[in-house]
Design a protein around this ligand. Structure first.
Ligand SMILES: *Cc1c(COP(=O)(O)O)cnc(C)c1O
Length: 319
């Protein structure tokens, strides 16, 4: 696997995903435009397979393996959207998948993952290290480890969402992207800065977990304790060795929003746009609605990264 990735690799990923990933819709909202005095274009990855952009990177990564590797199978550690993405992408490739999940992961997520035909390996998150288990099982069973963000073929797969958005709406002045470990942001930067060299791209993370912003300021990867936030998809503790250099080179800045702002955003999407967007999926939109960035009169792309949320919990948050 080539470790330095460029826009050309995003193009190759887009070719592999043709007819496999959903070309998700781009929605606009007159109310959101009025509130921000900007023209907003929401790229709705909540309508992607498995309900999040993660399908793009997972499918591309498995498609890039050799026949032998696919025959042996893949392994990953995640309790969230990446697990379901790997499970479903493996099913499409008729390849075995082993997913390492904490014993106390929500039943609904385990059921969904099993539903795609993946095998689940349960571990105790208080006494065991999932990355160590993954390395060990990968070695013992000859499985290829596909981590959730720090993996070149995953990064370029994630970059296809921004590529589609720009191809659909044309020139944009700004692009806002949710940020966890940085696969989505790094991929989006490769696409956006290639297609529109003058675009300003912002990463948005939860206030409680602003390791990305700290890393950018310090010029090196900063690791923080596991953050407490409702944006579970971005509750990462550090950026990756592949994602950080791309972000450091190309991003305009990294900003953050509070859980309260995420909840207001979820409510807005449900009431005004009739959409369910999960907390992490609202990060970029919430930053734009904060109105503390100079976007007035500008064309602004906003990636809604996913829509997987327990509806009872959703009701409690917005109620
Ligand atoms: C994983 C995920 C993110 C963060 O993506 P990274 O590539 O880790 O930065 C954002 N939103 C959703 C819905 C996710 O599942």
């Amino acid at each position: 696997m080539d470790m330095s990735v460029t826009y050309k690799d995003v193009e190759s990923a887009a070719f592999r995903l043709e007819g496999k990933a959903i070309k998700t819709p781009v929605f606009t909202s007159r109310t959101a435009n009025e509130l921000t005095k900007a023209q907003l274009y929401f790229k709705c990855e909540n309508y992607q397979h498995v309900g999040a952009f993660k399908f793009r990177g997972a499918f591309n990564a498995i498609a890039c393996l050799t026949d032998e590797q696919r025959k042996a199978g893949v392994i990953t550690f995640s309790s969230g959207n990446h697990a379901q993405a790997i499970a479903y992408a493996s099913q499409l490739h008729q390849c075995k998948a082993l997913i390492i999940m904490p014993k106390d992961a929500p039943e609904i997520k385990m059921a969904a993952t099993k539903g795609y035909g993946a095998e689940i390996y349960l571990y105790d998150r208080y006494s065991e290290d999932r990355e160590v288990i993954a390395q060990q099982l990968s070695k013992e069973q000859g499985l290829t480890l596909i981590p959730p963000y720090d993996y070149p073929d995953v990064i370029v797969g994630q970059g296809t969402a921004a590529k589609e958005l720009i191809e659909e709406v044309g020139s944009l002045d700004y692009l806002f992207v949710p940020l966890g470990g940085g696969g989505l942001l790094a991929g989006s930067l490769l696409s956006a800065k290639h297609l529109l060299p003058n675009i300003k791209v912002f990463g948005v993370e939860p206030e409680a977990g602003n390791d990305g912003q700290q890393s950018l300021r310090k010029g090196e990867i900063v690791t923080i304790p596991a953050p407490k936030t409702i944006a579970d998809g971005a509750a990462t503790t550090h950026l990756g060795q592949y994602t950080f250099p791309i972000i450091q080179n190309l991003v305009e800045d990294i900003v953050h929003v509070s859980d309260k702002e995420l909840i207001s955003m979820m409510l807005f999407f449900a009431e005004r746009m009739k959409m369910i967007v999960e907390p992490t999926g609202c990060l970029a939109a919430a930053a734009v609605m904060k109105k503390n960035l100079p976007i007035e009169g500008k064309k602004v792309g906003v990636i809604l990264s996913g829509g997987n949320v327990d509806l009872k919990q959703f009701a409690k948050w917005v109620g």
